[in-house]
Write a protein that binds this ligand. Structure first.
Ligand code: FES
Length: 145
């Protein structure tokens, strides 16, 4: 199966319960200053805030016993024009992941699903609106490039 066949259903971010964001598709990951960190078609991004290899998950969510059931509502769901078009994920300094491009965001069990052309996802682990950012990174003093 070719990469393009594999992701014919479009770009997808799957939220692992108590664990990372699993990004599969046509993604480019950028640092806060625009450096390309990855163009891999599968990425495991930290969402607990504790990884020593930010923005990548290094398993620290287990050590800190990160507990986050995946349940969400999204009042800002959008239709996707081309679900396979490129997506950039930018790590904002001491803040969220900024998503630009069409993506389906879903819980691993598929019970919670939304589609977005842009959005901000939590990476500090503290947002009350996970998987979305609610600006809690400012209060918790989250530090990551
Ligand atoms: S989610 Fe795995 S280290 Fe943070």
């Amino acid at each position: 199966m070719s990469q393009s066949d594999k992701f014919a259903g479009g770009n997808r971010i799957t939220i692992r319960p108590n664990g990372p964001l699993v990004c599969e598709g046509n993604f480019t990951l950028l640092s806060s200053d625009g450096e390309v960190l990855s163009t891999e078609s599968e990425l495991y991004l930290c969402r607990c805030g504790a990884s020593k290899t930010m923005p990548f998950c290094d398993g620290s969510h287990k050590k800190i016993e990160f507990e986050e059931a995946v349940e969400f509502e999204d009042a800002r769901a959008e239709e996707l024009e081309d679900p396979t078009a490129p997506v950039t994920i930018t790590c904002r300094s001491n803040a969220m992941y900024l998503i630009k491009g069409p993506v389906t965001i879903q819980s691993r069990d598929g019970r919670f699903v939304t589609t977005r052309n842009r959005g901000a996802l939590c990476r500090c682990g503290v947002s009350e609106k996970k998987p979305f950012c609610d600006a809690s990174h400012k209060q918790c003093g989250f530090q990551a490039d």
